[in-house]
Design a binder for this molecule. Structure first.
Ligand SMILES: C[S@@+](CC[C@H](N)C(=O)[O-])C[C@H]1O[C@@H](n2cnc3c(N)ncnc32)[C@H](O)[C@@H]1O
Length: 287
């Protein structure tokens, strides 16, 4: 990506986009320490383009000035804006659909006994598409098996995506991967056609709770034990040591015999973690 060196702010002030190597190094250290996300120099353009919005909103002169503002101890409230700006939140409904086929074809038939509350955790849930995909499939399972109940937890470090997820409102183009019969049942089109928005139905929204959680924290403060954890497309951003430490912490809340789903491009093969490989990117905690 090529960025212009100067941009117009709302007031017509010219802000300099270029981030100095020293400022980048300071941001990179912070991002890796606080979020576990690797920040090689090749990410410099990405970091400066993501921070530009804050430079404009705060009416600062440059991304380097934003660095001075951000690291000033009196601006602790900026941390939340920074995390919202810097995290990569790409997600989709029914992303990597083989995982959902495995869930419905193998995991649920063995787990969906009447009277059982099935618990799923979308760890790094972004704007909610992943936990709501799970909710639709578990609601379908519940409609076929009276007495089967479920609950879903979605967690993320970004407050912005959690707000979006709690609202459960998506563009019509975003709901296209949802099979039409599930769309009809679980998504409500906006009455205003021009808006082209759809909202997850309240019955499904109340099955999913969203909470802030940073994988770098020592204690996740979660008391539940989950049957499945979807930890997808998050650890790709972490180095090996961080991946291992985070998976150990996640496994504290995974039931014996429970499954962990990683992203298709993520492998736990070289990690020393208490999980057995079942299929590509699907792992199970021994009973
Ligand atoms: C690329 S999205 C993946 C969303 C979803 N799991 C999927 O596969 O579609 C990665 C999410 O991980 C979150 N994340 C990154 N670092 C994190 C951390 N240290 N703690 C918690 N969440 C983090 C980001 O905010 C982002 O929403």
């Amino acid at each position: 990506m090529t960025l212009p060196n100067k941009v117009e702010t709302q007031e017509g002030v010219v802000a300099s986009v270029a981030l100095s190597p020293a400022s980048f190094a300071r941001f990179a250290r912070f991002i890796t320490m606080e979020l576990g996300i690797k920040m090689p120099e090749s990410k410099m353009t990405m970091v400066q383009s993501r921070l530009l919005r804050r430079v404009r909103d705060l009416r600062l002169k440059s991304v380097d000035h934003y660095g001075d503002y951000f690291f000033d101890a009196s601006h602790t409230e900026e941390r939340e804006h920074f995390i919202n700006a810097i995290t990569t939140n790409k997600t989709d409904f029914f992303r990597e659909p083989e995982h959902f086929d495995y869930l419905c074809g193998v995991v649920l038939p063995a787990a969906s006994h009447p009277g059982r509350r099935f618990k799923a955790w979308s760890a790094g849930c972004s704007s909610g598409e992943e936990p709501y995909t799970l909710a639709m499939l578990l609601a379908e399972c519940a409609s076929r098996r009276p007495g089967f109940d479920f609950a879903i937890l979605g967690t993320d470090v970004s407050s912005k995506v959690l707000t979006h997820a709690r609202n459960g409102v998506y563009q019509e183009s975003q709901i296209l991967p949802v099979p039409p019969e599930l769309r009809r049942k679980y998504l409500l089109r906006s009455r205003n056609d021009a808006e082209r928005l759809a909202r997850v139905v309240p019955e499904l929204r109340k099955k999913v709770s969203f909470h802030p959680l940073n994988f770098m924290d020592d204690d996740y403060g979660i008391r539940d034990t989950f049957d499945v954890v979807f930890f997808r497309n998050v650890m790709i951003y972490f180095d090996r040591g961080t991946q291992e430490a985070v998976i150990h912490k996640i496994c504290r809340n995974l039931a014996p015999g429970g499954y962990l789903f990683a992203g298709h491009s993520e492998s736990l093969a070289s990690l020393d973690v208490p999980l057995r490989p079942i299929k590509t990117s699907i792992y199970r905690k021994p009973l």
